[in-house]
Design a protein around this ligand. Structure first.
Ligand code: ARG
Ligand code: ASP
Length: 719
């Protein structure tokens, strides 16, 4: 009986199932390779990652720090999502040349558009440096001392690790501080926009369909990496040349079927799969609801303006999309955690954990971990909530306040480091402001301010007393009609003169005064305690992870995502989200026509696409008279995996990852293999749009199309 119970427990705890996980590419040999082969993979672990010869990893590119992209030609052509290129596409757009609305296609290399500040990073090698980083740490007693030593070691190892002059070395922690890995990287700085479909294809379904299956979004855009004459990273220059990669992905046009093997290779940002139940409870019941409410208010205001005014729509498109994205995700995450019984599963796991601690005679080391967690999470509750309010209201969603905060930091720098540091930072700040104010509308922001400050002043557990009695509408009016922070010109004026003059001007500004009040109060009453408690929680989490690895030696523990290169694998698979409902794994152009609402801002369809549908002009990309659009699989992905390649059993590109399904958005905290699915654009739809819709045959010619399923002769792959 007891055995049976344990067995049931083991099968209901997802970390023990044979699915899910984001694995380190250099450590696939063994369990992962076996699992992948069982799923149908024909490659070896070395085909995926090899330091000595070219491998798949040489085609995987961290796109501008946040997304993933992959190299698809021998001339540095990279493919990523439309939503990852969105900011760049927007910045080249105006009411006259609206590339968001109409799409953009460079028919020659000269027509490709540079993007100042954009970067693309390749991974050269992955090296375990745990021993070096933890040297001399165990003997230290306080957590603060340990962290300081670790930081020193990290700096030392990063600075001394052997690499070429144009490369960088970065160390990241894995398993919550139990393992340290160093990445040698190459970062390219001349990245040009090559192609993007109109938003009615690349963002089809917009926020209504975001995080939802069935999906019909052609979420892709195309860029190119440029290098100097030696094929090395260089700043933008007209005579830079297209980068010649060590490897690029051939593209399979054979299509996919349910149960086909899929591998997603990219840079997942952050997961928290090993949180204790107390943390999950706090997230679901306290933190997420507060953040949802704040963003809900901001979005409603912006949406109202965007629907009425085309210029505002362009100005706010990118900002709105990114605020809306996590707003919606948090809603789905809360529902998913509840529906999948995440809390109960965590609690059952904790009960089993405690038993094992006793049985292994480890009570002295691990016996109080869970009660310590409970105590710390209770203590941190109000500080964490106040922090979220500050972050969401001041730093993230009210632009005037966030601009003001950057100036506040400038004043701090002046106080700490003096005139020269101040002058250097001032120049950078001005450049950033010039860009940011292009997309700023004070009328919209004033309404946002009003809504958000009202929430802040009534709901945050820590707030300056003077604010509590303030009439928010009057405050908004006073600030937005007096503060120089409402325009770029105003900020330039504020920053004119030497530091003494600037400080005076800042401190006389009504908007700045409010920011300073909020930021000073936050620093004095929230940040310190929060950081102290958080340090304690991180130390507990490190011990908890160590204990789990020790006490469940056969479990399949993967390290939480941390924006480093990972492999996740699975297969093409439908799912059943609720009783009597089953979702098939592939969508088609038919579905776009079904969703079509003429003139709608989310579901309009370009005339040309309708025509291609009517004439069934799908070329070599269709299948049985239909045009596949998106598909889902059991790959465990998260934010940052957007733009990641979906790769077939032999290493060819079959899709482009861009999202997850609604019922599975809780996968960052609790991965449930029965309903967690990632969403990919079928690569044939991408090619169809490039070729038949945009006539950008110049790009198709650059790529290497293969038929791995149909014939091995035709598709002789060189790797
Ligand atoms: N949900 C996807 C991801 O997290 C796609 C986001 C695109 N943005 C949007 N607001 N539709 O990035
Ligand atoms: N859409 C996400 C991204 O941008 C991917 C995800 O969260 O599943 O990275």
């Amino acid at each position: 009986m007891k055995f049976l119970k344990l067995l049931i427990l083991l099968f209901t705890i997802p970390i023990f199932s044979q699915q899910g996980g984001m694995w380190i590419p250099s450590l696939l040999k063994g369990m992962n390779e076996t699992e992948m082969k069982n799923l149908g993979m024909k490659m070896t672990a070395e085909d995926i990652y090899d330091v000595n010869k070219s491998s798949l990893k040489d085609a995987i590119v961290h796109f501008n720090g946040g997304c993933t992209s992959e190299i698809i030609s021998n001339q540095g052509l990279i493919l990523t999502n439309h939503h990852c290129g969105y900011d760049a596409i927007q910045s080249h757009s105006s009411v006259e040349h609206d590339y968001l609305q109409d799409g953009f296609w460079a028919k020659t290399k000269q027509a490709e558009l540079p993007n100042p500040g954009m970067v693309a990073t390749l991974i050269v090698s992955i090296n375990d440096v745990t021993t070096q980083v933890l040297e001399g740490v165990a003997s230290l007693s306080s957590e603060a001392e340990k962290q300081k030593k670790i930081q020193e070691n990290i700096t030392k190892v990063q600075n001394t690790f052997a690499k070429e002059s144009w490369q960088e070395a970065k160390i990241r922690t894995f398993y919550e501080g139990n393992q340290y890995i160093l990445f040698v990287t190459e970062t390219f700085k001349d990245i040009r926009l090559v192609g993007a479909p109109p938003s009615s294809i690349g963002k089809f379904g917009s926020d209504t369909d975001n995080w939802v299956w069935p999906r019909h979004t052609g979420d892709f855009s195309i860029f190119r990496i440029y290098a100097n004459k030696d094929n090395k990273p260089a700043e933008y220059a007209t005579d830079n040349i297209p980068y010649t990669p060590k490897h690029f992905l051939p593209i399979s046009i054979d299509g996919i079927s349910e149960d086909d093997f899929t591998l997603v290779f990219g840079f997942p940002g952050r997961t928290q799969e090993y949180l204790p139940s107390f943390a999950v409870e706090q997230l679901v019941n306290t933190l997420n609801p507060a953040k949802i409410e704040i963003r809900d208010a901001a979005l409603k205001v912006q949406d109202g303006f965007m629907r009425k005014d085309k210029a505002i729509k362009i100005q706010y498109a990118s900002k709105y999309a990114s605020v809306a994205n996590y707003w919606k995700k948090w809603i789905g995450e809360k529902q998913g955690l509840e529906k999948s019984n995440a809390l109960k599963i965590k609690q059952d796991f904790e009960a089993e954990f405690s038993k094992r601690v006793d049985k292994a005679g480890k009570s002295k080391e691990y016996g109080t971990l869970l009660s310590d967690f409970k105590e710390s999470y209770t203590k941190i509750n109000d500080y964490a909530l106040a922090r979220d309010y500050f972050n969401e209201v001041v730093l993230r969603n009210t632009e005037l306040l966030s601009f003001g905060f950057q100036l506040y930091q400038l004043e701090q720098i002046f106080n700490a480091r003096g005139e020269q540091a101040f002058t250097d930072r001032k120049q950078n700040a001005l450049l950033r402001f010039e860009d940011a104010y292009k997309d700023f509308n004070p009328t919209v922001d004033e309404r946002v301010f009003e809504q958000l400050m009202r929430l802040y002043s009534t709901k945050s557990p820590f707030i300056p007393a003077s604010l509590k009695s303030e009439d928010i509408t009057t405050l908004a009016k006073t600030i937005y009609s007096n503060s120089k922070l409402t325009s770029y010109k105003g900020v330039q004026e504020l920053l004119e003169g030497d530091s003494k003059v600037v400080m005076e001007q800042l401190n006389n500004d009504k908007g700045y005064q409010l920011v300073k009040l909020l930021a000073d109060y936050y620093a004095a009453n929230v940040a310190g305690t929060y950081n102290e408690l958080n340090l304690k929680i991180n130390a507990l989490q490190r011990e908890y992870m160590k204990a789990q690895l020790e006490l469940f030696p056969d479990a399949r523990f993967f390290p939480d995502a941390n924006s480093t290169l990972r492999v996740t694998y699975g297969k093409v698979k439908g799912y059943s989200p609720s009783d009597a409902v089953y979702y098939q794994p592939v969508t088609h152009l038919e579905g776009i026509i079904e969703k079509y609402v003429p003139g709608d801002y989310e579901f309009d369809v370009p005339a040309k696409l309708i025509e291609l549908y009517n004439t069934k002009d799908y070329g070599i990309y269709g299948e049985n008279g239909k045009m596949p659009v998106c598909f889902i699989g059991t790959n465990h992905t998260t934010g940052g995996n957007s733009g990641s390649p979906a790769i077939d059993a032999s290493g060819n590109l079959i899709g482009l990852n861009f999202d997850r399904v609604w019922e599975g958005t809780m996968s960052d905290i609790h991965y449930d293999p029965s309903i967690c699915r990632n969403i990919m654009v079928d690569i044939r739809y991408v090619l169809f749009i490039v070729d038949k819709y945009a006539n950008a045959t110049n790009l198709i010619e650059e790529m290497k199309l293969v038929h791995p399923k149909n014939s091995t002769k035709k598709s002789k792959k060189k790797r």
